[in-house]
Ligand binder design. Structure first.
Ligand SMILES: C[S@@+](CC[C@H](N)C(=O)[O-])C[C@H]1O[C@@H](n2cnc3c(N)ncnc32)[C@H](O)[C@@H]1O
Length: 286
């Protein structure tokens, strides 16, 4: 376990490509204010639904099989939750009930029944299994298990509005699609939890950060963040998304450099040598 100062230098406001189980061992007790995460669902490696812009084909993740047996998967999640509760005041744990994780989910509910303070229902715009196969239902919602070590259902550390109205059911739609990642959650999800359960400059951790949605939300709300993912490709996407928040330059434009400034101009009948266009270009630097 690292000392607080070493921990901050090494991990805070960075995205780390690693197995989170390895990294979390380093973290001092109570060093994080809020964990928001969505672990791999143990889908069996198959895509869960309709992804029109997908770049991963029918695979769920780029290089992660997501296909453990019950015992291995249950032990894996149990260890991570235990670590998260050791290091963080609250843990917001998003999961969807699937055939391949059903037994594990009910095991975790029993195992952590003292820690589950409330359960938020995330009502999804689109069902993730569009048609229920073999008589199973199409999936229209997910859980967020809201955990902590303090007793009872009240969150003593919070940022609630004065009227205390913070519903435990929300409808969130995914506004962005990340073609390389099938399983991102909507930005509204971490914005909601960070907004209500942390304060400016608090530290937010996502040990399965994927495309970095939690860290992007943390950055937008003036919090510090730590993101961990086992895929370097996803870590890089996360870094680019955070940079877009910091600089105001969208990821697409970061990648294209100055080329983005020319985009669409030729279709409109202009070319970089048109005088009008050249004037516009310089205007950007005045
Ligand atoms: C459900 S996705 C999280 C998506 C994220 N909420 C987002 O909005 O992009 C789960 C992520 O866990 C990552 N993962 C799987 N095993 C891991 C491990 N042992 N340590 C860290 N990340 C892991 C996968 O690469 C995947 O990106």
């Amino acid at each position: 376990m690292l000392k607080q100062e070493e921990f901050e230098d090494k991990y805070v406001n960075k995205i780390h490509c690693a197995d989170c189980l390895e990294i979390l061992k380093d973290f001092p007790d109570s060093c994080v204010d809020l964990v928001i995460t969505s672990p791999p669902y143990n889908t069996g490696g198959k895509s869960l639904g309709y992804h029109p812009n997908s770049k991963t084909g029918d695979n769920f993740y780029d290089n992660y099989a997501d296909n453990m047996g019950f015992e291995e998967y249950t032990a894996f999640l149990t260890r991570i939750i235990a670590d998260c509760l050791r290091i963080s005041r609250y843990v917001m744990w998003n999961m969807q009930l699937l055939a391949n994780n059903r037994m594990t989910m009910f095991y975790l509910i029993e195992q952590y029944k003292q820690n589950i303070k409330d359960i938020l229902i995330w009502n999804k715009q689109a069902v993730s299994q569009i048609t229920g196969k073999n008589g199973t239902l199409a999936k229209g919602y997910e859980f967020v298990f809201m955990m902590g070590v303090e007793k009872g259902m009240a969150f003593s550390y919070n940022n609630f509005p004065q009227n205390g109205y913070v519903p435990n059911r929300q409808t969130w739609y995914k506004q962005e699609s990340i073609p390389e990642h099938h399983a991102t959650f909507p930005l509204d999800l971490p914005l909601y939890f960070i907004g209500h359960f942390s304060k400016p400059t608090d530290l937010i951790l996502d040990p399965f950060c994927g495309s970095g949605t939690t860290c992007v939300a943390a950055k937008m709300l003036g919090r510090n963040y730590i993101g961990i993912d086992i895929s370097e490709e996803y870590c890089e996407i996360a870094r680019q998304r955070i940079k877009a928040v910091e600089t105001g330059v969208p990821v697409k434009e970061q990648k294209q450099g100055q080329g983005a400034l020319f985009e669409g101009r030729e279709e409109e009948g202009e070319s970089p040598t048109d005088m009008k266009f050249v004037d516009d270009f310089y205007d950007l630097y005045e």
